[in-house]
Design a protein around this ligand. Sequence first.
Ligand SMILES: [Zn+2]
Ligand SMILES: [Zn+2]
Length: 172
Amino acid sequence: MSLWTRVALQDGNPFDAFSDFFTSGTWRLIVLLGWFLLGLLWLACAFWVFKDARRRIEDRVILVVAVLTGLVFGPMGAIVYAIVRPPEYLSDVRERELEMEVMERRLAEMQVCPHCHADVREDYLVCPNCTARLRGVCRTCRRPIEPGWRICPYCETQIGPTPDQTYQSAAR
Ligand SMILES: [Zn+2]
Ligand SMILES: [Zn+2]
């Protein structure tokens, strides 16, 4: 007999039917189903935290703490995690670090002219801006030679002081 037919047939207090309903097997089943869905939601939150944290957190201890937060506090834990989680994925961080490294290497290759402070590359012989001589050339292999060098590192030619390098020998 369903709840409503019972209410219709009851000539006494209709609330008795409600209290009957709440002690009935159907209600117990609904409660059980509610708990089951809540448990499912709990597990889903913990799983989502785990999936997201794995891509953002490198430290294993912090990763475990994050997943435990999701497991213990369920949806609340997931919300707290979403607020405090690292803003970037680890792959993005690595990519940015790699880009920075490339930039730094490119910057290191650039030098400044000691005369006019224009940007010059490390293999320039003269400054393209003020035409000052930056480094000499090996007379054997024609590669750029830094002012302080006494031997060509590429072909082992001894380098004597040349008119090109007078600006550095004059300083000594
Ligand atoms: Zn210059
Ligand atoms: Zn050489």
